[in-house]
Each structure stands twice: as C-alpha cells, then as structure tokens.
Design a protein around this ligand. Sequence first.
Ligand code: SF4
Length: 409
Amino acid sequence: MMRWNQQDINGEQTDALPGLAKLNNLVRTVRTPEFAGMTFYEVLAKSALNKVPGRVPSAVPNTTRTPIASAAFGWTINPMRGCQHACAYCFARPTHGYLDLDAGKDFDTQIIVKVNVAEVLARELAKPSWARQPVAMGTNTDPYQRAEGRYQLMPGIIAVLAESRTPFSILTKGTLLRRDIPLLVEASRETNVELAMSIAIYDDDLQQSVEPGTPTAKARLATVTAVREAGMNCSVFLMPILPFLTDTTEHLDNALQQIKASGASSVLYSSMYLKPGTKEWFMLWLEREHPELVTKYLEFYSGGPYAPVAYRKWLADRIKPLMRKHRLERGREDPITGGPLTPSLLSSSPSSPSLSLSLSSPSPSSPSSLLALARASPETAGRSFSDEELLARESFDNRAATAPQPMLF
Ligand code: SF4
C-alpha cells in the first residue's frame, strides 16, 4: 500500500468546488488509493469548541410543578466534517451544505480535517473563562471514522481535555476507539468520561447496505467489551430503529441479547428521524434497496421528521419488555448535544447548564426527569430525540396545562 505522504498533495486546487474557495485556511488537499474516491481537505481550524444552542429546564419548578425551560447550550468538538461511515440515514448530512457540498455523496467522500484541532482546543481550554462544562464528541460526525487512523487527532484531544479536567463523552461507530482505550482510562482518572457505541443494525447485509463505511455490529460489540474490560462504562445506542426493517421482535431481541452479552452498561433506543436534506438521500437508498417500502415511508414521514406517535408508542411497548428480559438498563442522552449522559458526567462540571437538571432529577428514568428532558428543544438542538424523550415531551405538552403531576406514557 502506498504511503499517505506520497500521494497527490496540492495547495489550493484550481478545480476545487466553488464553495471550497471559502476554505481560506486550507493547507492542502489529499487523495490516496488508501481511501479511493475520497478527498481530504486539511484545514487550520480557528476554533475547536462549538457552542450548541438548546433549552433545558430550570432546577426551580413553578407552582404547577412543571419544569421551566430556559435557554442553555452544550459544547461539542468535530475534528472532521463529513463522515466516511456513510450512513444513508445520517442527520448531519445537511451540514455539508456550508461549503456548497451536497448532503449525499459529498458528505461521505469530501472530508474536512481540522489538523490543528488539539492545539486550538488546548488554547480554548486554558482560558480563565472556560468553566469545564461537558464536551460531547461524535454527535455530528464520527471522530473515529477510518481517516482518524491516519490523522490521529483524538489522542491529542483526549490529552488536553484530561489535562484541563474537562468532562467529555464520545459516541462512535468506529472500532478505532479501541486504540485509545489506554488514553481514555488515563483521562478518566482526571475527569469523567462517558463512552458510547452506536450499533443500530444486527443484520450484516442490511448494515453493509445502509451504513457501508461502518465496521460490523460484531466488531463494534467487541469494542464495547474491550472498553468494559478496561473498567469504563460503555453504552450502546440502538438507533435509529428502521420502521419495517429492524423493528421486528426477532431483530430487537437478537440485538438486545448481543448488547447484553457485550457487557454494555446501558442501552438507548430511538426510531428513525428523517429531516429534509437527509430524507432525500435516504429515500434514494430505499428506492434502490427496498422499493416495496417507499410508499409506507412517505406516509410515515409525511408529517415531519419523526415517525408517527402511534408507531413510537407501539415500538416502546415492543422493546421495553425485551429490555427487561435481558436486564438492560436504559441510558440517557444529553438533551442538547445528543451524546451519552450520566449523573457522573454532570457532577464533575460545577457550572454546566445541565447540572441543574441532574440535581433536580431524582433518577435518570424517573417521570420527572423524563419530563425535564422532554422540555429541551429538538428544533434548536438540530438533532433527533430518543422516542422516550419525545413521547414524554408530547405527553407533557398534552397534559401540562391540566395535570398537577407528571404522567409517563
Ligand atoms: S457514523 Fe454518525 S456521523 Fe457518520 S455517517 Fe453515520 S450517523 Fe453520520
């Protein structure tokens, strides 16, 4: 195999796509047989931390005992833009439009790499104003996509987060996470670290078709086991569940059995979220691979990006007994960033806007904490919400005006 540094490496490209002219911090472009059909745009980032707007409830309830939503934000780091994992359902696809790149093939093959991300992050974390709020990675593009093997950005990022004692979470489909387990264990001695593996599909043919750039479910489960054997928590995000494709009792039971066997510390689930920009690309895949489902999906998602409420309730009724059967604990998502969330992650961040949520929530799965989560705004967060959060939100919207006590679906 040819080495990376022997490849076609240029400065500004005369044939660059129009939007890429906006990359005035472009260092070079790289194309290599190692990643056939892909182009990497190496840039010098001006910032590493992204502020994500959202809403979380206040710790102070009002007289009707309902949480008061308040403006807040979360923090994320995206060392790359675009993702080689190429999931047809990826809701980050439309973000590629900022460089006039498309949400389809370009998202999978035109990857922006922030080569100085660790240095910039170190400067940002050293500022006296930095309050060590939790930082989520992997909620927009995957930090352990295959190119990370070459760029090795994550070790530097983990090191500076640990040094500044900033709590952080990583959500990934990449088995390359395994490379950094020793570093993550070290980091967890300095700050709280939460890890999660996203594994939606336990049918290899379907997985290779709809997520062609991802490792197999088996390889990802083995990574979960490796993390657990190293003494750290690792959740599994069983999402998205694809209506009519992965929602059978057989598929879910098999998935949960394998998740349990991997030693995963908790599991989160959610049905498919299809927003504009992603929907068009996913429907092309569906027409190609499952044309018999096109009409059903068009009906399902005619009212918005979420599957119908009745379907999500049906799915919850199907999956909850299976989770009990496999003695799996339900995990939580950060209501703003979409990353994994635990009280331990929040408890190390004295000024996190989400801390009040943690302290005011008697337990992660209690009705009041679900209602609290439900008041966060998926529209401002720009991501999908788990079915559990969403159903609680809808339940809240329907009942808050009249019900003095929260109700859980
Ligand atoms: S791994 Fe995540 S970020 Fe990457 S394409 Fe799939 S869903 Fe999108």
